[in-house]
Design a protein around this ligand. Structure first.
Ligand code: SF4
Length: 323
C-alpha cells in the first residue's frame, strides 16, 4: 500500500505523513512547486524532514498550469491578498491525484487541520477543495480524520482510523506532543511563507499584470530586488544585496534588458521596451545606488547600447517609484 502526501516541509504535513507511515504504508512526500513559495531555498529542509520520518521526497513543478488555471481565475476568489487558497489547494490535490495514478499509489494525505485557518480550512472550504479537485473519498487528512467523514482508505481498512487524530482548531499543543513523540528535530521551516499571502508581493503582481501579460519566466522578476515603476511605464528592478544581484544577473527574459556598469554597485534590469527618458532615469538611479565614489559623467550599458549621464539623484528620489 502506497500513499502520496502533500508535503510543505512544515510540522503538520510531516506529522500527517508519519501517522500513515507508522501504519506500515509507504509514503511519497510530494512537494508541489507553484513558483510562489518563499525566496529561501527550502529543499534541504524538506529532505531533512522526510529523512526523519522515512518518507521518499519528490517535487512536482506546476508553475505553468498554476498561472494558466488558478492564479488569475480562481473560482472561489482570493484571500486577503493575491492568495487563491481554495483553488490552490484544489489544484494541488488534482495534481497529486494525477501523480498518485502515475506513481502507483492508492490514496492521498494532507496535513490540513479542520478549523486551523478560518477561511481556507473550515469544513465548507475543505469540502469545496474535494469537489473542485475530484478527490472525494481519496483524500485522508490524518490530523483531523476523526472529526471528518471516513474516507476510502479508512472504510476499506487500509488505514486504522482509530490510530488517527482528532485535532480541530488553531491550538498546536497536540502537534507539539506528536513532534516530541516522533522525536522530530529542526521542524521549524526557515521562511516558509507563501508569497501570495504577502501584501507587498501581491501589489507587485497587480502592478505587473496592469502593464504586461504574466508568464512563468516573470516570477523571479517579482521575487528579487527593489521593484520600481518609472514615469513612462518601464519596470525597473535593482538588487538590494549580493544574493539579489546574483539571481538578477542570471535572469533571461525577453521582457527585460540588463544594465551594466563598471562601478561597484547593484545589478539591475529594465523593461526591454523602456522609453529613452525612463532609461536615463534608471541610469541615474543605478548610480545613486552604487557603493563606489566617482565623479562626473558615467557610461552604463543597456545591453549593447551605451548611455552616458551624471549622478544627480539620490536613493531618496527612487522611493516615489517603488511599487
Ligand atoms: S497560502 Fe499560498 S500555497 Fe497555501 S493554499 Fe494559499 S495560495 Fe496556495
Amino acid at each position: 500500500m502506497k500513499a502520496i502526501a502533500l508535503f510543505s516541509g512544515g510540522l503538520d504535513s510531516t506529522i500527517a505523513a508519519k501517522l500513515i507511515i507508522d501504519q506500515g504504508i509507504e509514503v511519497i512526500a510530494c512537494n508541489i512547486n507553484t513558483g510562489f513559495g518563499s525566496t529561501k531555498d527550502r529543499l534541504a529542509h524538506m529532505k531533512n524532514m522526510c529523512q526523519q520520518i522515512g518518507a521518499e521526497f519528490r517535487s512536482v513543478d506546476i508553475r505553468d498550469e498554476y498561472i494558466q488555471d488558478v492564479l488569475f481565475t480562481p473560482k472561489y476568489g482570493y484571500g486577503k491578498n493575491f492568495n487563491p487558497c481554495i483553488d490552490c489547494h484544489a489544484k494541488m490535490f488534482e495534481v497529486a491525484k494525477r501523480v498518485m495514478e502515475e506513481w502507483g499509489a492508492s490514496f492521498l494525505i494532507s496535513g490540513e487541520v479542520l478549523g486551523q485557518r478560518p477561511m481556507s480550512q473550515n469544513s465548507e472550504s475543505l469540502q469545496k477543495v474535494l469537489n473542485l479537485s475530484n478527490c472525494e473519498g481519496l483524500l485522508l487528512r490524518p490530523l483531523s480524520a476523526k472529526a471528518l467523514t471516513p474516507t476510502i482508505p479508512e472504510t476499506e481498512g487500509w488505514v486504522d482510523r482509530e490510530k488517527l487524530e482528532h485535532i480541530v482548531g488553531r491550538n498546536r499543543e497536540r502537534q507539539m506532543e506528536l513532534a516530541e513523540k516522533f522525536n522530530l528535530k529542526d521542524y521549524e521551516a526557515p521562511g516558509g511563507g507563501c508569497l501570495l499571502t504577502d501584501e507587498k508581493f501581491s501589489n507587485k503582481i497587480r502592478d505587473f499584470i496592469a502593464h504586461d501579460t504574466f508568464t512563468v519566466e516573470d516570477i523571479p522578476t517579482l521575487k528579487y530586488g527593489r521593484q520600481l515603476r518609472l514615469p513612462e511605464g518601464a519596470k525597473f528592478i535593482i538588487g538590494r544585496n549580493a544574493e539579489d544581484n546574483e539571481i538578477l544577473e542570471k535572469i533571461k527574459n525577453q521582457k527585460f534588458i540588463h544594465i551594466d556598469t563598471e562601478l561597484f554597485g547593484p545589478h539591475s534590469l529594465i523593461s526591454a521596451n523602456a522609453s529613452d527618458n525612463d532609461k536615463v532615469l534608471a541610469a541615474k538611479l543605478v548610480l545613486a545606488y552604487c557603493k563606489q565614489d566617482f565623479e562626473g559623467e558615467q557610461t552604463l550599458m543597456f545591453e549593447d547600447v551605451a548611455l552616458t549621464t551624471v549622478s544627480d539623484m539620490s536613493r531618496h528620489d527612487a522611493q516615489k517609484y517603488f511599487i
